[in-house]
Write a protein that binds this ligand. Structure first.
Ligand code: GUN
Length: 296
């Protein structure tokens, strides 16, 4: 293995610490803590774990974390009513409705009902439009975390060839917009891309976010490239045990890449740290207090 391992866990811990210090400054200046409200509908096991982590991380970072836990039978109108209440609550700076939602609820309708200026997930179409137009708004947490890791490793990204493998609204599309805004030459690859190996092979930056275990092979990677693996896939091994793997064949890629994120411990821990950062940014904006957002 020759690649540098990008330690997302350590980077996220230091971001959470910076957010915690600035959140304490905010509380002194505003006379209240920044507030993040998470809404969980139903009892999906993975979602429950994520939500508890978000609640704990908020409190540790001097942000008031509140969770509304609603039954799986909640109707769309009931959830819309809760979102309207949170939109109107001045103590709430960030609203996050945990996805996926039960099938009787249209998640697009719920996301569209969140005040875009409290949409710390960056999922509202207004925030997607702001990102595409270069306007201030909120950027989805996972791709913003990936960008932070890339800039920490590479400094300027200007002129670099970048490929994003995957075109989801939550990761692939916003990731491509962020890289474009950094003046990369960006390709978005997906399941219908004809020659994925060649597309990856000319890229200085590879962001893999397709949800296919070890799709991106080491032999495809340009020597020295920076590889960011967003995938978290549980696979069963021959002996019946299971392990987590990314969308990149890590051992192969680490022999060729200049730097690579591991799974777990790479991109994963960044998501919650950026969520806290977005919540604090929202609080400063909503109170009209000055903050150097680029330093967070
Ligand atoms: N479910 C899994 N990840 C996320 C996330 O980042 N935000 C929301 N709202 N739901 C999720």
């Amino acid at each position: 293995m020759s690649a540098t391992i990008i330690d997302g866990k350590a980077f996220a811990a230091s971001l959470r610490e910076r957010v915690g210090a600035v959140a304490a400054d905010f509380a002194r200046a505003a006379g209240r803590q920044a507030g993040l409200t998470v809404v969980l509908v139903g009892e999906d096991a993975a979602s429950s774990v994520y939500v508890r982590s978000k609640e704990r991380a908020s409190i540790a970072a001097n942000i008031a974390g509140t969770v509304h836990r609603l039954p799986a039978t909640t109707t769309q109108d009931e959830l819309l009513a809760l979102v309207a209440t949170l939109n109107a609550d001045p103590a709430v700076d960030g609203i996050l409705v945990q996805l996926p939602l039960p099938k009787q609820i249209d998640s697009h309708a719920i996301i569209a009902a969140i005040d875009p200026d409290k949409d710390v997930d960056g999922f509202h179409p207004v925030n997607a439009g702001r990102l595409a137009s270069g306007l201030p708004g909120f950027v989805p947490c996972t791709p913003l975390g990936c960008l932070m890791l890339l800039k920490d490793r590479l400094g300027s990204l200007s002129g670099l060839e970048a490929v994003v493998v995957g075109r989801s609204n939550i990761v692939g599309k916003p990731m491509a917009q962020l890289l474009l805004a950094e003046s990369c030459t960006v390709t978005i690859a997906h399941s219908r891309t004809r020659d994925l190996a060649a597309t990856v092979g000319r890229s200085d930056i590879v962001v893999a976010a397709v949800g296919v275990p070890e799709l991106v092979r080491g032999a495809w990677i340009k020597p020295g490239a920076t590889v960011i693996d967003v995938g978290i896939n549980r696979v069963t091994l021959a002996d019946g045990t299971s392990k987590l793997v990314g969308d990149v064949a890590f051992e192969e890629a680490a022999d060729v890449a200049g730097a690579i994120t591991p799974v777990p411990g790479g991109v994963g821990p960044m998501t919650i740290a950026v969520l806290l950062r977005n919540t604090l940014v929202s609080a400063y904006r909503r109170e009209g207090l000055a903050l150097d957002e680029s330093a967070l």
